[in-house]
Design a protein around this ligand. Structure first.
Ligand SMILES: CSC[C@H]1O[C@H](OP(=O)(O)O)[C@H](O)[C@@H]1O
Ligand code: ADE
Length: 304
């Protein structure tokens, strides 16, 4: 029997430490050139045979704080399994009145408020330089594909889906001050979290399709008459949001797998493939062999 390919990676965030209604296939915990992923990767299959690789971003017991998530290992490990598209879930604060806690959002832009303490490139520390295109930080084709399917999955539920929103990614682990929260709104931020960077940058460097389903848990700290957000506020919505995220995943994963495999429609998920060709500085005698071998783990086409 030919082994089923794993084309889809799911990264679960706060509250989402496993998916539902899948048949366990195996667990793997590969050591990548950037260390081990946050959690063992659970590979499981839907009734149709579609296989999915799941990583708990903060570990299965939420023991890894946002600044310490080994994002390079997570993305590299998924790529090494043959994954082509990553559907990430994240608990976010809302910076807009209309995005009430419990809402789901597909952001299409990011403002980076991380503090430069997270390794954010596979090329960091190597003798190879790459400047990756990141103007559209999420995969446009994937977002277009997701919107109608998530809306369908949410039909009859009290959960609204917003699109085309801007996500502020902050360092944490403390929440924002009221002044920061208000400033992010003035900047055009609609949502805030602590984990989509460097994840999205690394997915792009690895030429993977990547999108985030942001699930609102709170109003952060910009509302004048409201108390500033606490972790307890986030926990109130976390379980319901995680249950709805599982429902959404279950509803769309089969079709996602079929679309990626389809010679025509699958092109939507190939937008990122080939992009690094125009990002990596030309080969030079100063680039050392070990670095090229390390980078071959994520981009074998360019570092044969
Ligand atoms: C638990 S509140 C802050 C925490 O929740 C979000 O995690 P994730 O994106 O993994 O769902 C946020 O980014 C922070 O890491
Ligand atoms: N208000 C908030 N700020 C940052 N990350 C969050 N995750 C969930 N709520 C958040």
């Amino acid at each position: 029997m030919t082994e089923q390919r794993v084309l889809i990676g799911v990264i679960g965030g706060s509250g989402l430490y496993h998916l539902d209604n899948l048949t366990f296939v195996k667990k793997v915990h590969p050591e990548t050139p950037w260390g081990y992923p946050s959690s063992p990767i659970v590979i499981s299959s839907l009734p149709t045979g579609t296989q999915v690789a799941f990583i708990a971003r903060h570990g299965t017991g939420h023991e890894i704080s946002p600044s310490a998530v080994p994002s390079r290992a997570n993305i590299a490990a998924l790529k090494s399994l043959g994954v082509r598209a990553i559907l990430a879930f994240s608990a976010v604060g809302s910076l807009r009145e209309e995005i009430s806690p419990g809402s789901f959002v597909l952001p299409n832009q990011i403002i980076d408020r991380t503090k430069g303490i997270r390794p954010c490139s596979f090329f960091e520390g190597t003798s190879v330089v790459a400047h990756t295109t990141f103007g559209d930080p999420f995969s446009s084709g994937f977002l277009t594909w997701l919107e109608p399917r998530i809306n369908k999955a949410l039909e009859g539920r009290d959960t609204k889906l917003f699109t085309d929103k801007c996500l502020v990614v902050m360092e944490g682990p403390q929440f924002s001050t009221r002044a920061e929260s208000k400033m992010y709104r003035q900047w055009g931020g609609d949502l805030i979290n602590m984990s989509t960077l460097p994840e999205a940058k690394l997915a792009r460097e690895a030429e993977l399709s990547y999108a985030v389903v942001a699930t609102a848990t709170d109003y952060d700290s910009w509302r004048p008459h409201d108390a500033a957000v606490t972790a307890a506020d986030v926990f109130k919505t976390l379980k319901t949001n995680a249950d709805t995220s599982r429902l959404v995943a279950e509803a769309i994963l089969d079709e996602l797998n079929a679309t990626i495999n389809d010679p025509d429609n699958g092109k939507l998920f190939l937008d990122e493939v080939g992009k690094m060709k125009f990002s990596i500085m030309p080969r030079s005698a100063q680039q050392n062999k070990e670095d090229l071998e390390k980078l071959a783990y994520i981009l074998p086409e360019y570092f044969p």
